[in-house]
Design a protein around this ligand. Structure first.
Ligand code: SF4
Length: 314
């Protein structure tokens, strides 16, 4: 890592203006950022992008928006259709929760995604992050939107430490301190601040493209002159912090998640219920295979019929 040597205090209105200017020039042209994207489109993109790279999400998102452009269309689909369309995005319980979410939007809100953070958080599968992302990125609410990228950028830029550490309730308050107080944005003169949603999307993008987990590119970073981590001399994380971060990295090969994925692939590809022998062929460890199959049934992702065959839920 290259550690520059010039810094001044942060946060600073000039830093926020530099950040937002950088995003205007460098932000990715993601399909759900196009003007005219509905609140439902933004909600879908946020759920799909959790733990899945945007390059894999984009084609599925386009397909879904063509097929199910509204919550009502999606709520009318069968769970099997939804799971097949989810494909290999991973963590397929997200697809079922989205299905429940769409039904709740139809039932409670007449098919319109609500703008209010509390109403969004009340929907199935919509947590702290997604509720604020929809409220902010679609409805323009001045609320903190805190994902892993934002926590990491905040930690380095404001607190001067390299690793973000575990998520905490205080993260929302800390990131909110970077946003303008209501009515404070757009003032004339030196204090002129960008709007909250502009800052939020730029922070997230900076974490995705520049201030990345293992190798931040400080040389091209728009907020480098205000970065507390740079000001502190780019301290390396302690052995203890590194060990904690390693524990949080999820392995995939050989895990139940991998085996569940293989079983789901068989069920998605089959037009009819499949015999247990077809499932047995996907993984050699019988105990692990059996545990995974029954956990899929428990999660509502698979069902067994009266003849003992397995299929996606209807
Ligand atoms: Fe600071 Fe470097 Fe991250 Fe920019 S990329 S916020 S300069 S650590």
């Amino acid at each position: 890592m290259n550690c520059p040597d010039t810094t001044s205090p942060t946060p600073d209105p000039a830093a926020l203006r530099a950040l937002v200017g950088w995003f205007a020039a460098n932000g990715r042209d993601l399909p759900w950022r196009a003007s005219g994207t509905s609140a439902w489109g933004v909600l879908l993109s946020e759920v799909m992008s959790q733990q899945t790279p945007v390059a894999r999400v984009a084609p599925i998102w386009r397909e879904w928006m063509g097929r199910w452009p509204t919550p009502e269309d999606f709520a009318d689909a069968s769970r099997a259709e939804v799971l097949r369309a989810w494909g290999r995005l991973g963590y397929p319980r997200r697809a079922l929760r989205l299905h429940e979410c769409a039904a709740a939007i139809v039932e409670r809100h007449g098919g319109e995604v609500p703008a209010d953070v509390a109403e969004l958080e009340d929907l199935p599968g919509i947590g702290t992050y997604t509720a604020r992302a929809v409220a902010c990125f679609h409805f323009g609410a001045n609320v903190p939107v805190v994902d892993t990228n934002v926590r990491r950028v905040h930690r380095r830029l404001v607190e001067g430490a390299f690793l973000p550490g575990p998520a905490r309730a205080a993260d929302l308050r800390k990131v909110a301190a970077l946003l303008p107080a209501d009515g404070e944005d757009g003032e004339d003169g030196e204090r002129e601040l960008p709007a909250g949603p502009e800052i939020s999307v730029a922070l997230m993008e900076l974490g995705a493209l520049v201030c990345t987990a293992s190798s931040p590119d400080c040389d091209i970073c728009p907020v480098r002159p205000w970065c507390a981590w740079v000001a502190a001399g780019c301290p390396e994380p302690s052995a203890e912090e590194l060990a904690g971060a390693k524990k949080r990295v999820q392995k995939f090969a050989g895990t139940d998640r991998q085996v569940r994925g293989k079983i789901m692939a068989v069920l998605r590809a089959a037009e009819h219920p499949v015999d247990k022998a077809e499932i047995d062929a996907v993984w050699p460890d019988a105990a692990q295979r059996s545990r995974c199959l029954f956990s899929l049934i428990e999660d509502g992702l698979a069902e067994q019929d009266a003849s003992g065959r397995f299929h996606l839920p209807a």
